[in-house]
Design a protein around this ligand. Structure first.
Ligand code: ATP
Length: 278
């Protein structure tokens, strides 16, 4: 079974309930404040570890209590944290998340230590090879993501990119991913960018689109979502990506990996928050 290296963000989410979202210049009252572990990178690392994969997290936290607690949290899930760099003079990343009573959220991400990630932090990728998977998200500096994809590809490592939050990467980098994972919104932005055309010279794009309650599609393979009663869809995409990475590292074929990912995401939507309990 291969290793899943996850390159991405580690954030503390500050979640509050509001009657409605503030308009520009307006103050609204939040009802409660919950602090939970989040960040797309760490969410996906934990989701992969929960599937039984051997997982290595590559990222940065601040030199604060929250950073130290996050490293402990990852260890509780069995995620290797040797490549999580504690960054002097920077705070651990945060996300401010007001959630309205009808369940709609808006998110402000304050990158903090995540934005200090450098190419030097990628050295652990040199321990990987064929059969291993690099899974990356875009809440960290894009030049580092691009360097990681090139480094992994040169070693025969399979690359999975979750193009979230949406940003433009070099066509050759996107074409190296198998798959690129996008939700419907990101799929539209990807299509509008016209990058698929530029990627033709590198063999084209392998796009896997998640379709919320409809499931997911990867080229000619469609897998329906499990019929469940959703409580909170936050982190459904992260659960999907982490589980898919774990299944691919275990040698599963595309359909089997998608079935494992949709099953994991269905479990995630039935609990509150983006991460399971250890
Ligand atoms: P989020 O940003 O909320 O984490 P996303 O927008 O990245 O999610 P979605 O396409 O909404 O991604 O969901 C990812 C996967 O989660 C879907 O492919 C599906 O397998 C599962 N999923 C999402 N919503 C539901 C639901 N209501 N019931 C069952 N499965 C769901």
């Amino acid at each position: 079974m291969g290793t899943v290296a996850v390159l991405g963000s580690l954030n503390i989410d500050l979640v509050t309930t509001v009657d409605r979202h503030p308009r520009p210049g307006e103050t609204v009252l939040g009802e409660d404040l919950t602090r939970v572990f989040g960040g797309k990178g760490a969410n996906q690392a934990i989701a992969a570890a929960a599937m039984g994969a051997q997982v290595m997290m590559i990222g940065r936290v601040g030199d604060d209590d929250e950073g130290a607690r996050y490293i402990e949290r990852l260890k509780e899930f069995g995620v290797a944290t040797d490549s999580v760099v504690v960054t002097p003079g920077h705070a651990t990343g945060h996300a401010l998340i007001p959630v309205s009573r009808d369940g709609e959220n808006s998110i402000i991400v304050i990158g903090g230590a995540n934005l200090q990630l450098t190419e030097e932090d990628l050295a652990p990728l040199d321990a990987l090879g064929e059969g291993d998977v690099l899974l990356t998200v875009l809440e960290v500096p894009l030049p580092v993501v691009e360097a990681a994809v090139r480094r992994a590809t040169s070693r025969g490592v399979r690359v999975v990119i979750n193009v979230s939050p949406y940003a433009e990467l070099a066509a050759e980098v996107l074409a190296a991913a198998d798959p690129l994972i996008v939700n419907e919104h990101e799929a539209r932005l990807l299509e509008e960018s016209g990058v698929a055309r530029s990627a033709q010279q590198y063999g084209g794009l392998s796009v896997l689109t998640t379709l919320g309650a409809e499931g997911a599609r990867w080229k000619d393979i469609s897998v329906p979502a499990d019929k469940v009663s959703a409580v909170d869809t936050t982190g459904a995409g992260d659960a999907f990506c982490g589980a898919l990475g774990a299944a691919l590292a275990a040698g599963s074929d595309k359909r089997t990996a998608m079935e494992a990912a949709t099953a994991a995401a269905a479990v995630a939507v039935q609990r509150r928050g983006a991460q399971p309990e250890p």
